[in-house]
Design a protein around this ligand. Structure first.
Ligand SMILES: NC(=O)c1ccc[n+]([C@@H]2O[C@H](COP(=O)([O-])OP(=O)(O)OC[C@H]3O[C@@H](n4cnc5c(N)ncnc54)[C@H](OP(=O)(O)O)[C@@H]3O)[C@@H](O)[C@H]2O)c1
Length: 292
């Protein structure tokens, strides 16, 4: 396995959930990288990481992508999920093709499929297809539900000892984002990951009732999961500021989970990183102060 020694890696989404973990891993491994950010001033923690060079870039601004991609060989592509995500990512792929980028590691989603009833899975599949068509080598990371998504319930769990979702008895092989970041780091810095698709899951399949039992055990108090109808979940999402497009997409995600379409466990994290993915117990232990 060869290791990259010069700053020819570009990380997008570098200030987000996965990007923060990924840039920490690269920095700790002594691998120089460029991080594309919208605001250099607001990314002080990132700028302070050894090996980080910040470049200004916005997925909505083609010229800024051309600038950010100069001298880059490999790129990690991640946007937040929004109505704009598909066009933003397609713009990035076109700019990457123009810049002669050799390899894109794209953060996609479990079960990405152009014919999926889930809008997120459709847009990820459209972008995957564009990368394949571009001829640029690819690695598609298709993670299942993020454990860190439960940090969104930290307030409800700490104050009311409850969390809510339209999850029913869905069994989900959810994954810790630190394991996704470790796979991304390997794909960006080692050879042998070109033109591969990794389906990324945790090591176990859990229903939301079982997640509540883990919370109860680790936090040492009773935490309840309340199964709610879709309408109630949508109202709650809109109430905390989610745009309608995003709230509807999350309901589609949960309908897909209730069909147990996200319940398989894969070996891919261990195959790529050599380490077992983290269990949900580990996630709750590591983030316990936020739930207390
Ligand atoms: N949540 C889940 O369970 C789940 C499961 C599977 C896949 N996914 C996928 O994971 C992805 C989200 O990952 P995440 O949680 O790490 O993302 P995130 O925390 O929302 O981070 C989004 C990043 O994108 C940057 N960004 C936003 N708009 C931008 C723009 N116009 N130009 C340049 N950068 C921009 C943000 O930078 P700023 O600091 O400038 O805002 C931030 O760094 C989505 O594609 C989603 O479909 C999610």
């Amino acid at each position: 396995m060869s290791t990259q020694q010069t700053a020819t890696i570009l990380i997008t989404g570098a200030t987000g959930n996965i990007g923060t973990e990924l840039t920490k891993i690269l920095s700790a491994q002594g691998i120089p990288f460029k991080a594309m950010v919208r605001s250099v001033e607001q990314a002080k923690d990132l700028a302070a990481l050894p090996g980080a060079t910040l470049v200004k870039g916005d997925f909505n601004d083609e010229a800024s992508l051309d600038d950010a991609l100069q001298g880059v060989e490999k790129a990690f592509l991640l946007t937040n999920s929004s109505e704009l995500a598909e066009e933003q990512q397609l713009r990035f792929v076109a700019a990457a093709k123009k810049a002669g980028i050799k390899h894109i590691v794209k953060l996609s989603q479990w079960a990405a499929d152009v014919n999926s009833p889930v809008r997120f899975l459709r847009y990820h599949a459209v972008v995957e297809a564009a990368i394949r068509t571009s001829g640029i080598a690819y690695t598609f990371l298709r993670p299942n539900l993020f454990m860190q998504g439960f940090l969104g319930f930290a307030g409800a769990i700490s104050l009311r000892n409850k969390f809510f979702a339209a999850a029913g008895d869905a069994a989900i092989s959810l994954i810790d984002i630190r394991d996704i970041a470790a796979v991304a780091a390997a794909a960006l810095t080692q050879s042998g990951h070109e033109n591969k698709i990794y389906d990324l899951t945790g090591p176990e399949v859990l229903t939301h009732q079982q997640l509540a039992a883990v919370f109860s055990k680790i936090l040492d108090r009773k935490i309840l999961f309340i199964d709610v109808p879709e309408e109630a979940m949508k109202e709650a999402l809109l109430g905390v500021g989610f745009p309608v497009w995003q709230a509807d997409g999350l309901l589609e995600d949960y309908a897909h989970y209730r069909l147990n379409e996200a319940s398989a466990v894969t070996p891919d994290v261990k195959v790529v990183t050599g380490k077992e993915p983290r269990r949900f117990e580990q996630f709750v232990e590591d983030y316990a102060p936020l739930f207390s």
